[in-house]
Design a protein around this ligand. Structure first.
Ligand SMILES: [Zn+2]
Ligand SMILES: [Zn+2]
Length: 367
């Protein structure tokens, strides 16, 4: 071969390159030689055309097979005009995402409206049983008066002179011929002789919306929900954006959530902890009686099975973990004082093994 240019060398790939490798190589080479990045450099422009031609041939299995066999691009098919990039399928395939970033680019890829963001606050109880919430919000929507035409009811519209009724205008960015929605007519392609009063002829008006959103039991704090089509309408018949809801679970005075488990702290007195017995504990289902073992220590955790939050998706419930807090009276009546003093007389190292261990360690340290 070697009659024609070495397309593989131009793209810097092996002859066995996969389509993905070719695409990546073309993208890299085209970006490097892009005229916007090399202003006033005619060599970059030439190089850009060369790599575009190489990719055009190698990205098509038939053309590539022909090239591999004969060393030239197949004739008779007509090479695209590489100076008119609006017509280049390859370029859009490889740079589609980049071009989209430039805003409102042709080939049917036209941007939808902006998203509207709202936070939905629910209580822990609502979260536990699942809930339905009313969400009030405002968005840009088609004007109800003129139904988006922009013309006062009963009046005519005429084709926009700026875009000749197409709704979009073409412009050049370096090598790229791009389109964007027409600013004069807002992408509608028509303008009103008598603009609609409420929307000033834009066809878009602020609209109050009210939606009912159903939240399943066990939804996580910070979770998001998307309601398609309830964001801002960009006008010109383009699709509306989405409504993005963020779920916020309000702080609870008694419970702290840890995944599917709930934590709460319950204060008890010394006699309760020492003697044990039934204590009352709050749960999401109401108050329940829980057995406190005799000799419960401060900070000890007791578990109430399946009294936590529902696991998302309906796989049972987590546990409630009760942390026992020992409350020492900050003041005693004379009578209580006498009783506690009498109790203290009966206590020794036998009744307080932790204290005994502590005293023994202390002895070893200082004697
Ligand atoms: Zn209107
Ligand atoms: Zn226009």
């Amino acid at each position: 071969m070697a009659n024609g240019p070495d397309y593989y060398a131009l793209l810097g790939v092996e002859k066995a390159a996969t389509p993905e490798e070719l695409k990546a190589a073309y993208r890299k080479a085209a970006l490097k030689h892009h005229p916007d990045r090399n202003p006033g450099d005619p060599q970059a422009e030439t190089k850009f055309k060369e790599v575009s031609e190489a990719y055009h041939v190698l990205s098509d299995p038939d053309r590539r097979a022909h090239y591999d066999r004969f060393g030239t691009a197949p004739t008779g098919q007509g090479m695209p005009d590489f100076s008119n990039f609006a017509n280049m399928e390859d370029l859009f395939e490889v740079f589609g995402d980049l071009l989209q970033g430039l805003g409102g680019v042709g080939r049917g890829r036209r941007a939808a409206g902006r998203a509207v963001h709202r936070t939905v606050e629910i209580s822990l109880e609502e979260c536990a049983r699942g809930t339905e919430k009313i969400v009030d919000f405002e968005r840009s929507a088609e004007c109800g008066e003129c139904h988006g035409r922009g013309a006062a009811p009963g009046t005519q519209v005429e084709a926009c002179q700026v875009c000749a009724g197409r709704g979009e205008v073409r412009f050049r960015q370096g090598f790229f011929q791009l389109t964007r929605p027409c600013g004069k007519c807002g992408g509608r392609g028509s303008v009103a002789r008598t603009p609609c009063e409420p929307c000033k002829g834009t066809g878009i008006a602020r609209k109050a919306e009210r939606l009912s959103v159903s939240l399943p039991p066990g939804v996580e704090d910070g979770a998001t929900r998307t309601v398609p089509g309830y964001g801002d309408a960009p006008g010109g018949g383009l699709p509306s954006g989405d409504l993005e809801l963020t779920i916020k679970i309000k702080d609870h005075p008694l419970f702290e959530r840890d995944g599917a488990d709930l934590h709460c702290t319950v204060p008890v007195s010394f006699p309760q902890a020492a003697l044990g017995g039934m204590i009352e504990v709050p749960t999401l289902d109401g108050r329940v009686k829980m057995r406190l073992p005799a000799g419960t220590q401060p900070g000890q955790e007791l578990r109430l099975r399946s009294k936590g939050m529902p696991r998302f998706g309906g796989y049972g419930r987590g546990d409630q973990i009760v942390t026992i807090q020992l409350e020492v009276p900050s003041a005693l009546s004379p009578e209580q004082r006498e009783l506690v003093e009498a109790l203290a007389q009966t206590m020794n190292e036998e009744t307080h093994p932790q204290r005994r261990t502590f005293l023994e360690k202390l002895k070893g340290l200082f004697d």
